[in-house]
Design a protein around this ligand. Structure first.
Ligand code: COA
Length: 532
């Protein structure tokens, strides 16, 4: 074994300062997560309970195996928008009757569970995860359908929800819908497109048009129950396969359905793994508040991989990118971690080679981000930084082993792409509260804008207003800084969640377990043309 040593001094002032800053950010994060948990707030939760109904998260909890973890995804969806944090939908991965499933649950306390633009993005992301990892999907349905005031943004793309359900089914990935309440209009296609459907007595309402719409359209008088109640669908239309007497019965039946799916994982559980030799609690004190100060990612690796055991690849070459082999909760992983921020030609070529090796050996890759991007400047351009960066991006793009990304610190510019940013389809991408991601740093971006404006004024022969320039720079810096922060990015679904650094090993372990539900094989030679 090659156990990593640590140079971290938990008694030192630097560690303490980093830890304090991280704890403050975690407190802010907790406050935002609490908003997602509160959903529509006390008034709507009390009304919902008064109707004898369970809250969305209670439904999820009762569906899961007792004490099973639930890896909630995108809990901050909608953050910074006009919609409630969490976007009226709960999504995540949990174990139901011993089977890892992708679970979605409408939150009826938020605008009747209606789907807003961020909730739609969240639902589509959940389906992507189910597809890539072959996870059965269980939808806990109670929704007012489209959030009507924002229909222009959701109606057309929203059709993909129903398309996905039937494509999952076609791919042999089971889909189960449990209908607890309203599921009208487009929403009726959630049970309509699912393999297995359970409806709750006198609660489920599944119809293309409710009684008022039917009266408007045809003049026919009807009521909810005869038009789309559970009894009618179980006895007459056949849309319901299972009739549940109440919510608990519906969740019990859902567990029985999942137990009988005969859904097998592609790989066996690797069994218990040795914990890291270094304390994960210390992950709080590694990343400096000012991301311009470098930190050694081996300190992070030492606290997340099995037995802190890490065999480095090319440690003496391209040393601002650390690459090497480890296992995490028993699953083999290849790790690429930025060490000193900038990616040079050597680092890019080393990354491309390492990614090829992982593909030859069918080993998943973990990207730990802290990069300001690829090096600029005459010397580096002459040295071929564009083609070497392109080499790394080619390797990441065409690699076929599962990728996981965690943004620890900076993730700027094309460095975000080369390190398997969101657009490069990592199976999962999480951020630490210390992360920042943008096209470049706020100061650099404001400076570039100012230079461009100055040149433009000079070209037109106009005087340049220095005071206005300073004000503009300050404003742009503030704007870019706020748009680089993890809560902002998570709100827009650019990651799958912002996590406590201490949870990194657990979160990645849950992801790796989900990943190993689907078979995978590395690409053997199927890369684009590498520019040499
Ligand atoms: N879009 C936007 N807001 C909606 C909504 C929708 N589709 N459905 C409900 N809301 C809002 C309501 O206006 C209400 O807001 P308020 O409390 O600020 O006044 C809040 O959500 C709760 O709705 P309410 O009707 O009081 O809740 P309920 O639990 O008694 O009934 C529904 C929930 C979903 C059955 C009912 O609101 C409804 O029928 N909505 C319209 C459904 C529909 O036709 N959707 C179109 C499908 S494409």
């Amino acid at each position: 074994m090659t156990v990593l040593s640590s140079a971290l001094d938990p008694a030192g002032p630097e560690y303490r300062a980093h830890r304090e800053a991280m704890l403050a950010r975690l407190a802010d994060l907790d406050a935002e997560h609490a908003k997602a948990l509160a959903g529509g707030g006390e008034k709507y939760a009390a009304r919902h309970r008064g109707r004898g109904k369970l809250l969305a998260r209670e439904r999820v909890e009762l569906l899961l195996d007792p004490d099973a973890p639930f890896l909630e995804l995108s809990p901050l969806a909608g953050w910074g928008s006009e919609y409630t944090v969490g976007a009226s939908l709960v999504t995540g991965i949990g174990v139901v009757a011993g089977v890892e499933c992708l679970i979605t649950a409408n939150d009826p306390t938020v605008r009747g569970g209606a789907t807003n633009p961020w909730g739609l993005k969240k639902a589509l992301r959940a389906h992507d995860i189910a597809f890539a990892n072959r996870l059965p999907c269980v939808s806990l349905v109670e929704s007012g359908g489209a959030d009507l005031p924002s229909q222009k943004e959701i109606f057309i793309p929203g059709g993909a929800v129903f398309r996905d359900l039937t494509r999952l089914s076609a791919a042999g990935i089971p889909t189960v819908a449990v209908v607890f309440g309203n599921s009208t209009a487009g929403g009726a296609y959630v049970p309509g497109m699912s393999d297995h459907v359970i409806m709750v007595k006198e609660r489920a309402k599944v119809f293309l048009g409710g009684p008022p719409l039917v009266r408007m359209a045809t003049g026919e008088e009807s009521d909810d129950e005869s038009l789309g109640g559970a009894a009618m669908h179980a006895r007459v239309s056949g849309l319901a396969d299972h009739f549940a007497v109440d919510e608990l019965d519906a969740l019990r039946q859902a567990r029985r359905i999942v137990a009988r799916l005969n859904h097998r994982k592609a790989y066996p559980d690797p069994g218990p793994a040795e914990e890291p030799r270094h304390d994960p609690e210390e992950l709080l004190g590694i990343v400096p508040e000012d991301l311009r100060t470098p930190f050694d990612p081996r300190e992070v690796i030492a606290r997340i991989v099995d037995a802190s055991d890490f065999d480095e690849f090319k440690p003496l070459y391209g040393s601002s990118l650390t690459t090497g082999w480890a296992s995490l909760h028993g699953y083999p992983v290849g790790i690429l971690a930025n060490a000193r921020g900038v990616l040079f030609s050597e680092e890019s070529q080393k990354a491309a080679q390492f990614i090829q090796l992982a593909n030859q050996r069918d080993i998943p890759l973990l990207f730990l981000h802290n990069t300001t991007g690829y090096m600029v400047g005459r010397e580096y351009e002459r040295g071929g930084i564009v083609k070497h960066g392109a080499m790394m991006i080619n390797a990441v793009s065409n690699s076929r082993v599962p990728h996981l990304s965690v943004l620890l610190g900076a993730s700027y510019g094309a460095g975000h792409y080369g390190m398997c940013g969101r657009a490069y389809d990592p199976r999962f991408l999480f951020a630490w509260p210390s992360a920042k991601s943008a096209v470049m740093g706020p100061r650099q971006l404001a400076g570039v804008l100012s230079l461009v404006a100055r040149q433009s004024a000079a070209a037109k022969g106009r005087p340049y207003d220095e005071d206005a320039d300073a004000a503009l720079r300050a404003m742009v810096e503030r704007q870019i800084e706020s748009e680089s922060l993890p809560m902002f990015l998570s709100g827009r679904l650019h990651d799958d969640g912002v996590i406590d650094p201490r949870d990194t090993r657990t979160v990645l372990g849950l992801c790796l377990s989900a990943v190993h539900t689907a078979p995978y094989e590395g690409v053997r030679g199927g890369f684009g043309v590498f520019r040499m």
